[in-house]
Design a protein around this ligand. Structure first.
Ligand code: PPS
Length: 299
């Protein structure tokens, strides 16, 4: 596996306004190259709000396409090198654009957390397939909070109450959850090559979601293989797998919280107070009043 030289004095970044979206500089430093990225028609973009199930669906797609043809990928390349994070520019690591440009695979699987309006235009122009995963706001917020606690590449989260307030106000990296999930949902009305998935559906029945993915992608993967992939991408298996659990990333402090934390629907109940929940629900109703998009917060 490739070793990277990440500086030890890596400091937590601040959020700043970037084209109307709160961002940290690690995702905007390379903006010109990100914007000019040349997508190919067979590229597959995996788009998510942070902590919605990106790694899970990335691993499923990687296995669907390359699990048999390139088995050595599974033991030598961590998932973030197989599926480059297009907007990422971390010191000591190749940029997401460089990694994507150098990907030897067809198709290229590419990850983004950018809201749809900031996605490099060539993905839309080339009519690339987009797999979008959305997760209910409450669990998404909890997961994001713990991630920001353990990841020095993220802005300071503050305590849970502060974080939740900021999440509701859209003051976290990549902007408001509400606009992100609704933005891609609306985009789907005019751009049919988006497969819109839900984290909750994946937890409920991973096999069914793998089958739906195959049908969107036009893959005729045999049922036995789909079952193998469903099993191999189970939370417990991915948590133990060094290539998918992010334990190779030095800026993440697993003593604070592991990347593969719980993988559940409804963990928000262990975090929200009754008052926070009431306030959140009221605010949510307002923010989501104009959309047909529906989420499940429990199974
Ligand atoms: S990131 O940093 O934005 O790319 O994170 P992302 O991969 O989107 O989200 C991480 C959360 O997804 C959970 N996860 C899973 N849950 C169930 N099954 C599987 N296989 C799985 N893989 C990842 C992971 O545990 C994080 O959620 P939380 O709630 O924090 O556990």
């Amino acid at each position: 596996m490739e070793e990277f030289n990440i500086p030890l004095d890596f400091s937590r970044p601040e959020l700043f306004d970037f084209e109307g979206i709160p961002m940290v500089h690690y995702f905007t430093d390379n903006w010109k190259n990100i914007q000019n990225f040349q997508a190919r028609p067979d590229d597959i973009l995996i788009a998510t709000y942070p902590k919605a199930g990106t790694t899970w669906v990335s691993y499923i797609l990687d296995l669907l396409y390359f699990g048999n043809t390139a088995p050595e990928r599974q033991t030598t390349l961590p998932i973030y090198l197989r599926v480059p994070f297009i907007e990422a520019t971390f010191p000591g690591l190749p940029s997401g654009v460089d990694l994507a440009d150098k990907l030897p695979t067809t198709p290229r699987l590419i990850k983004t957390h950018l809201p749809f309006q900031l996605v490099p235009k060539s993905f839309w122009e080339q009519n690339c397939r987009v797999v979008y995963v959305a997760r209910n706001a409450k669990d998404n917020a909890v997961s994001y909070f713990h991630f920001d606690r353990m990841n020095m590449g993220e802005p300071e989260p503050g305590d849970w109450n502060t974080f939740l307030q900021n999440f509701m106000d859209g003051k976290r990296g990549f902007g408001p959850w509400y606009d992100h999930v609704c933005g891609y949902w609306e985009k789907k009305q005019t751009y049919s090559n988006i497969h819109y998935m839900f984290f909750e559906d994946m937890v409920e029945d991973t096999g069914r979601e793998v089958e739906r993915l195959c049908s969107f992608l036009g893959l005729s993967t045999p049922i036995e293989e789909r079952e193998r992939i469903t099993k191999g991408t189970h939370f417990d298996t991915m948590k133990l797998n060094k290539m998918t659990n992010y334990s190779t990333v030095p800026v993440m402090d697993f003593k604070v919280s592991p990347f593969m934390r719980k993988g559940k629907v409804g963990d928000w109940k262990n975090h929200f107070t009754v008052a926070q929940n009431e306030q959140f629900d009221e605010h949510y109703k307002q923010k989501m009043k104009n959309t047909t998009l529906q989420f499940r917060t429990e199974l």
